[in-house]
Unconditional design. Structure first.
Length: 488
RNA sequence: GGCGCCGUGGCCAAGUGGUAAGGCAGAGGACUGCAAAUCCUUUAUCCCCGGUUCGAAUCCGGGCGGCGCCUCCA
């Protein structure tokens, strides 16, 4: 059975079939870089990462594009406040997001286009819409989309065109729109725009692009006339994506995207995240507080993307423990003695069954929770076998380790967690020395001295495990953050 | 008001017609000098009331409760 996705366009689960077999073109709505990204942004980005990884895992040749919006009202306002141009203003935020994305284990996409690099394409698109009679100019040099000329308007969001008709609200509108629901393709220049370098020349006058047109232009230019997949947060369904459809399909006459996937907004400690509630959390803050990146990744990824997700301190701690369990299991497996025999203990079978169950869950609209369930069921089964068997057939151990690696190509939890366990040479040498000292104390049955050393190591986040083969150690990080989750 | 989502054990969360995955936490036990890790055992009238069905957490109807989007917030 193949991948099935919930398409916002049809509000149904549909078998996923790219336009061109084996090849997938994806466009994901990225951040507006006028500030640091918050965990809500990263729920979406990590979902994009999951889609990216899973499609590749399934063997598709994936072309994945996520934009960076570097011009809009807020950006212009903030750049003015700083007294710099929008390019200079946005660049640090763009870099910060890339760093955070790396830290959280996001695989690089193929392209991260900046809106301001595609102004020519946007102008071209607007020109086409004007030619086709789908747009009109106003006195202030703006261009608006005439949604009454696009019969399909509303098909994505399910909006009823007959509601909120022109005339009801138009009086309160200060633009020269013909219909209150028409939206800007091009905004006539204002002095503030010039101040920060946010103005370009177009055949119909100087100005800057509207918000929606950038995604149409970049998607068409970098992915193609018809995207296989278009991703975004649920808030973008209307008006952003609705307007993208109107623009793109109005210009090309072809479907803009085959499948639209929308991520549900997360909550923080049970509440909607918002600046006014004071529970606005940036990823930057979490990382500075030494919250484990793997725990963040796990929590943001652990619920299926259309389900409600509550980001909480308790959840972070649970996630940290969950990732630790996976890492411990992998360590244990790697260290377990093997023998060259062919008889099986059922581990290979369990591994292949797990792989199937994982795939089945993920194929069902990317049900990560189900996929994680399959993985942890395997961990339980395998741990029980490891408890029982002093030696493992080499092939069985390879099968188990192979499964972990394979599933982690999609999940990326071991990948990120492993990085956190790494220690530098100096610390490692110190730990080894302390462990030897403790071993001597233990030989002397001097338990107090031995325990004191163990406590000393624990202070540095080093946890010891005494076993028949000697003492193993690991670094477990400093915990899922000491502070409460809802930091101002 | 329009469109839509959700309500499963202490917390989180799969399962959408055949009597309940998994993570975290708790309790008891094994192992250990003590731990850690691991294993074993243990914790669910699936929001309520009707209905359909041989059979429903799963379908239908009605309640109750929580939530999202609806003028640039992922």
């Amino acid at each position: 059975m193949g991948l099935r996705l919930f398409n916002t366009l049809t509000r149904q689960l549909e078998p996923f079939e790219p336009l061109e077999p084996g090849r997938v073109g994806v466009y994901a709505c990225g951040p507006t870089i006028y500030g640091y990204a918050h965990i809500g942004n990263f729920r979406s980005f990590l979902f994009y990462d999951l889609v990216h990884r899973y499609l590749e895992w399934k063997g598709y040749d994936v072309h994945f594009v996520m934009n960076f919006t570097d011009v809009d009202d807020k950006t212009i306002r903030a750049a003015r406040a700083e007294g710099v141009g929008i390019g200079e203003f946005t660049e640090p935020f763009g870099e910060a997001i890339m760093e955070e994305a790396d830290t959280l284990g996001m695989r690089r996409f193929d392209l991260y286009p900046r809106a301001t690099d595609y102004v020519d394409e946007m102008i071209q698109l607007v020109a086409t819409l004007l030619e086709r009679g789908l747009a009109y100019r106003t006195d202030d040099g703006s261009v608006f989309y005439d949604i009454s000329a696009f019969p399909d308007y509303g098909k994505l969001s399910g909006k009823d065109l007959e509601k909120g008709r022109a005339g009801e609200r138009v009086a309160t509108d200060d633009y020269g729109k013909e219909d209150a629901r028409d939206f800007a393709l091009w905004k006539g220049v204002k002095p503030e725009d010039e101040e920060v370098g946010a103005a370009w020349d177009a055949p119909w006058g100087r100005g800057r692009p509207g918000w929606h047109v950038e995604c149409s232009a970049m998607g068409l230019a970098e992915v193609g006339t018809t995207l296989d997949l278009h991703l975004g947060g649920e808030d973008l369904i209307f008006p952003h994506h609705e307007d993208e459809i109107a623009q793109s399909e109005g210009a090309t006459g072809k479907p803009f995207a085959r499948y639209w996937l929308h991520v549900k907004h997360l909550k923080v400690e049970g509440q909607k995240m918002s600046k006014s509630l004071g529970n606005f959390i940036t990823v930057r803050d979490l990382l500075q507080r030494d919250v484990s990146p793997a725990a963040i990744r796990h929590q943001l990824l652990s619920a299926q993307y259309r389900r409600e997700l509550n980001f909480s301190q308790a959840g972070l701690e649970a996630s940290e423990r969950a990732v630790r369990r996976l890492l411990d299991f992998q360590d244990r497996l790697r260290a377990h003695p093997v023998e060259e025999v062919s008889e099986g203990l059922g581990l290979s079978e369990a591994a292949s069954r797990t792989r199937e169950n994982f795939q089945e869950a993920m194929d069902d609209d990317l049900n990560v929770s189900g996929g994680l369930g399959a993985l942890f069921t395997f961990v339980n089964e395998a741990n029980a076998i490891l408890d029982r068997e002093e030696r493992l057939p080499r092939s069985e151990r390879e099968a188990a380790l192979g499964l972990l690696d394979s599933l982690d190509e999609v999940l990326g939890l071991l990948e990120v967690g492993r990085r956190e366990r790494q220690v530098d040479r100096e610390l490692a040498a110190w730990v080894e020395e302390r462990i030897e000292a403790r071993a001597r104390a233990r030989e002397d049955r001097n338990w107090e001295a031995a325990d004191a050393i163990r406590d000393e190591l624990a202070q540095e986040g080093i946890v010891l495990e005494d076993g028949p083969e000697g003492t193993r150690w690991k670094r477990v990080g400093t915990g899922a953050g000491k502070e409460a989750g809802a930091a101002g």
